[in-house]
Ligand binder design. Structure first.
Ligand code: CU
Length: 154
């Protein structure tokens, strides 16, 4: 029985460790992915990312995509094009919005059709100002292709 208090303390310490990691530096809200039609090989993921201490998003991966990149939209001549960026700056305490027409996470080489209502797991790797890397697991909801507002007008 003398062992019991020690075990209890160990368990409490383990719980504390879990609680600490739950208070992560980086939080993600309103994550969603644009649905695809059959045979479509690419789609975009959008969300709000906030880094408490500031840092940068280094990479993204997902089991549904063979390749995932951080993209920005930029004018090239007089056309808007998207291109991969090596990292996305996350200013301290400020939500960065990834949205259609702006920054987004590009999911390419899709392994299957993304249907509305499904959930797509994404893993973000964020480097904090202190150089520590944090892995953020995100569940993104698949929204219907074409946007729900448009469909609601029909
Ligand atoms: Cu893109």
């Amino acid at each position: 029985m003398t062992l019991y208090p020690t075990l209890a303390r160990t368990a409490a310490a383990a719980l504390l460790a879990i609680a600490a990691s739950a208070h992560a530096q980086t939080t993600v809200k309103d994550a969603w992915v644009r649905g695809t039609v059959a045979q479509q090989k690419a789609s975009g993921a959008f969300m709000h990312i906030t880094s408490a201490q500031g840092g940068k998003l280094l990479s993204v991966s997902s089991p549904v995509a063979g390749v995932a990149e951080i993209h920005e939209m930029a004018m090239q001549g007089d056309t808007m094009r998207m291109r991969a960026v090596p990292a996305l700056e996350l200013p301290a305490g400020k939500a960065v919005e990834l949205k259609p027409g702006g920054y987004h996470l590009m999911l390419m080489d899709l392994k299957s059709q993304l249907k509305a209502g499904e959930t797509v797991p994404l893993t973000l790797v964020v480097e904090g100002k202190d150089g520590k890397r944090e892995t953020v697991a995100v569940q993104a909801v698949v929204k219907p292709l074409g946007g729900s507002q448009h469909d609601a007008m029909k």
